[in-house]
Design a binder for this molecule. Structure first.
Ligand SMILES: [Zn+2]
Length: 114
């Protein structure tokens, strides 16, 4: 336990505008340091250990950027995201909108449509 997956995205440093690739960490499906990109379908392994359940129509997952410094050395604050999952496919991500949605449940994801 305690592991996560990565959604690899291009981010722009808020301080120096450097573009670089980084992982947004999330905990859903088979959670084993898997690297995904937008458009990928999540893998499931074992319902006892996987987080959530496969085949939901629309889910948002809590994501946090897994870097502390940009390649130029600027300090990166804790950036949080909603990652949108449709039929187990990674559809999009955005700055987090409602952190409370996650606090009510398991802390990692929120099923929008079953
Ligand atoms: Zn920077």
């Amino acid at each position: 336990m305690g592991t996560f997956n990565n959604l690899i995205v291009e981010v722009v440093c808020a301080s120096c505008s450097t573009r670089y690739k980084a992982g947004i960490q999330f905990k859903y499906a088979h959670t084993w340091l898997l690297d995904y990109r937008i458009g990928d379908k999540l893998e499931w392994f074992n319902e006892r250990y996987d987080i959530g359940a496969p085949g939901k129509k629309l889910v948002k997952m809590y994501g946090v950027l897994g870097v502390e410094h940009c390649p130029q050395g600027c300090v990166v604050g804790e950036e949080e995201f909603d990652i949108i999952l449709r039929n187990d496919v990674l559809e999009s991500y955005r700055k987090i909108e409602k952190r409370e949605d996650y606090l009510d449940g398991n802390g990692e994801y929120f099923v929008i449509e079953h």
